[in-house]
Ligand binder design. Structure first.
Ligand SMILES: [Zn+2]
Length: 282
């Protein structure tokens, strides 16, 4: 599924990972030599380090909350976005995208009446409820199905962009990384415990770069999302010969992409939080 909305971000357990352990000062378990005497003592710096870590944790939590708020704002804006052209025009562009790219994909415009038949035929449970309400659209390669709300048909052009991406080895790979991206914080945690020497008193590569690495795990998804939108915009531009409302479509798709960028930053923050939390425990 490739929802255009940011629900995946909102529901991501990692972004909802409240840093609400009681703030405890910790012993790093690292004793530094004191002088030349061979007498070991907790370094004087330690309380400062603990305070720094606690401050960092607080800042990260604030950023995570801010990201959720921002993502919600973009989603609301997106839901309120206007259609860039008539439904008939959108259907025409969609048909052309299917035809020119030889897509073996059924295109469905979901409303409150046909949602039941679609749900039954494709065994989709209640996944079309949001679509019928105008709040989601998706493409599934497994079911060879692309759906958009009947009241917001323009979302289908982005979904067909995903369908085109699924036909190319490289973009299909980008598409598939999405499944694994949410495991980035856990994967980094495991990698850090396996490969870093915790007794040398220095921060490991993963500890220093957890945020960037977490974001990097989501970057293929962001690129593939952007490419899907680009394909939709390109088709609309060509088939409708530069429609006057094209900027509306671009704006809507940019809002959608913003939620994915925020989700990527969210994953970076969650990765950093996970590693930081681990450094407090051990
Ligand atoms: Zn998408």
């Amino acid at each position: 599924m490739y929802p255009i909305s940011s629900n995946s971000f909102i529901n991501n357990p990692y972004t909802n990972n409240p840093y609400n352990q009681p703030q405890q000062y910790y012993w790093q378990g690292v004793y530094q030599p004191y002088g030349q005497s061979g007498y070991y003592e907790q370094p004087a710096q330690d309380n400062t380090d603990a305070a720094k870590t606690a401050t960092m944790a607080g800042i990260l939590q604030l950023i995570a909350m801010g990201l959720q708020k921002a993502s919600g704002w973009f989603s609301t804006k997106l839901a309120a976005g206007k259609e860039f052209t008539s439904a008939a025009n959108v259907h025409h562009v969609a048909d052309e995208m299917v035809r020119k790219n030889n897509l073996n994909v059924h295109v469905g415009y979901i409303n409150d009446v046909n949602k039941y038949a679609y749900a039954q035929h494709y065994n989709l449970g209640n996944q079309l409820e949001e679509v019928a309400r105008g709040q989601n659209a998706f493409f599934t390669d497994k079911l060879k199905l692309a759906v958009a709300p009947e009241r917001k048909p323009s979302l289908i052009l982005h979904e067909l962009g995903h369908a085109i991406n699924a036909k190319n080895v490289f973009t299909r790979f980008l598409q598939n990384t999405r499944r694994y991206a949410p495991y980035a914080p856990t994967a980094l945690l495991i990698a850090n415990s396996l490969f870093s020497d915790k007794n040398d008193g220095k921060k490991s590569f993963i500890e220093r770069n957890a945020g960037v690495l977490g974001f990097a795990a989501f970057l293929p998804t962001i690129i593939e999302e952007g490419l899907a939108s680009f394909r939709g915009i390109k088709a609309a531009k060509k088939v409708l010969n530069n429609p006057s409302g094209l900027n509306i479509l671009k704006k809507n798709y940019l809002l959608a992409l913003s939620t994915y960028i925020l989700a990527g930053i969210g994953l970076g923050v969650a990765s950093k939080q996970t590693i930081l939390e681990d450094s407090i425990r051990t």
